[in-house]
Ligand binder design. Structure first.
Ligand code: PLP
Length: 395
């Protein structure tokens, strides 16, 4: 790969060990796990071995692990399924969420509100984008069907106190779903300690393949499936299981758990160099997200008076892959909802920059980006001021 890649929160390359584990299942071991013959039996064995591997990473029973097409589907399946089952089971009609969830959660909440008649409470976050257990507890009602809180935030890196929040919701009999897509590979995933009812995972942020994910679902909670067809994945998810990708997901998350301390130490050191370097050398810059409770690989900033998209394009021209961290697309001048929820003004929020490091990031990468950024930001600010000058001079 040429250039400097600092967008590991968007996606990661597949670890060669993961690829090696997957390859036979594309070719010689191609069976369908539903088939009775030996090809099917071998595929079924691979499927159940992957489920057991992931269950040991999560510290749960294999039957509580479902395979899906990715983090987005896991979020959709859990949130919609838990909400609809709670309505059917106990007439519950209310959902608790936060304004800093990933779109997979926010859009599902909005659909449940706008098309299925649920009431939605979005609990305010603090200036670091963190939500407290007390704030979630205060929003719970006797008719709350489900609560959902992101574990590690994709945009600002903030880690939420999921175990405390889950204890508060459990005490009121409300299942807590958490989106752990960014947390996977970086934070502890032992579901017994987290106390959640469901937890969404994907492989491609943790050096696994794209298009595959998993859902931990505590079988004590009912879930209404949103796809219907036969018996796959406890009858909760339709379709022939994608064995090569499932094997890759399990191997990626097994490796990530085994090597977590080593990779986190490396990433945390580089992340902290990026944070200190940007804040020291760029005037009118601030860290977004939590200063301490943040993902080990995640540095994110707001740069006042900058067009974040223009900055990303200039960085790309200079060979640096970065992100604004928000869902806002090139040419869309809206500031991110997550940054606004943290109390930033649009003038700051429009200049968002996310730099996420990975296993292969080096000190030389960090040095190069820190050498480049201050002049680039100054140039963009200068350019933004030029129309004002032209206007003032009447030219
Ligand atoms: C926090 C979070 N949740 C969910 C997703 C969606 O995951 P996937 O790409 O596997 O559907 C992402 C990916 O961007 C994410 O960062």
């Amino acid at each position: 790969m040429s250039g400097i890649y600092l967008d590991y929160a968007a996606t990661t390359p597949v670890d060669p060990r993961v690829l090696a584990a997957m390859l036979p299942y594309f070719t010689t071991e191609f069976g369908n796990p539903s088939s009775v013959h030996r090809h099917g039996q071998r595929a079924d064995h691979a499927l159940e071995t992957a489920r057991a591997t992931l269950a040991s990473v999560l510290g749960c029973a294999p039957r509580d692990v479902l395979f899906t097409s990715g983090g987005s589907e896991s979020d959709n399946l859990a949130l919609r399924g838990l909400a609809l089952a709670a309505r059917e089971g106990r007439g519950a009609n209310h959902i608790v969420s936060t304004p800093v969830e990933h779109e997979a959660i926010r859009a599902t909440c909005h659909q449940l509100r706008d098309h299925f008649g649920f009431e939605l409470t979005e609990v305010a976050v603090d200036a670091h984008g963190q939500v407290s257990a007390a704030a979630i507890a205060a929003a719970l009602r006797p008719d709350t069907a489900v609560a959902t809180v992101i574990y590690g935030n994709n945009e600002i890196g903030t880690i939420n106190p999921i175990a405390e929040i889950a204890a508060a919701t459990r005490a009121r009999g409300v299942p807590l779903h958490t989106d752990a897509v960014q947390a996977a590979g970086q934070l502890p995933l032992a579901v017994g300690e987290l106390g959640v009812a469901s937890l969404a995972l994907g492989a491609h942020k943790a050096y696994g393949p794209k298009g595959i994910g998993a859902l931990y679902l505590d079988s004590g909670f009912g879930l209404l499936p949103t796809q219907t067809l036969g018996s796959h994945e406890r009858g909760l998810r339709a379709g022939t299981p994608n064995i090569p990708l499932i094997v890759g997901l399990a191997e990626a998350l097994r490796i990530a758990a085994a090597e977590r301390d080593e990779h986190n130490a490396h990433q945390r050191r580089l992340r902290d160099r990026l944070i200190a370097g940007v804040l020291d050398t760029i005037p009118d810059s601030r860290l977004t997200g939590h200063p301490v409770d943040r993902l080990p690989n995640h540095a994110s900033f707001a740069l006042r008076g900058i067009d974040g998209n223009a900055l990303l394009m200039h960085l790309d021209l200079a060979g640096v892959a970065a992100s604004s961290g928000s869902a806002c697309k090139t040419g869309d001048p809206r500031p991110s909802d997550v940054l606004l929820a943290c109390g930033l003004s649009p003038e700051w929020a429009l200049g968002s920059l996310r730099l996420t490091v990975g296993r292969a990031t080096t000190d030389a990468d960090v040095d190069a980006v820190l050498a480049l950024l201050p002049a680039l930001v100054a140039r963009l600010r200068e350019r933004a001021r030029q129309p004002e000058r032209r206007l003032a001079s009447g030219s």
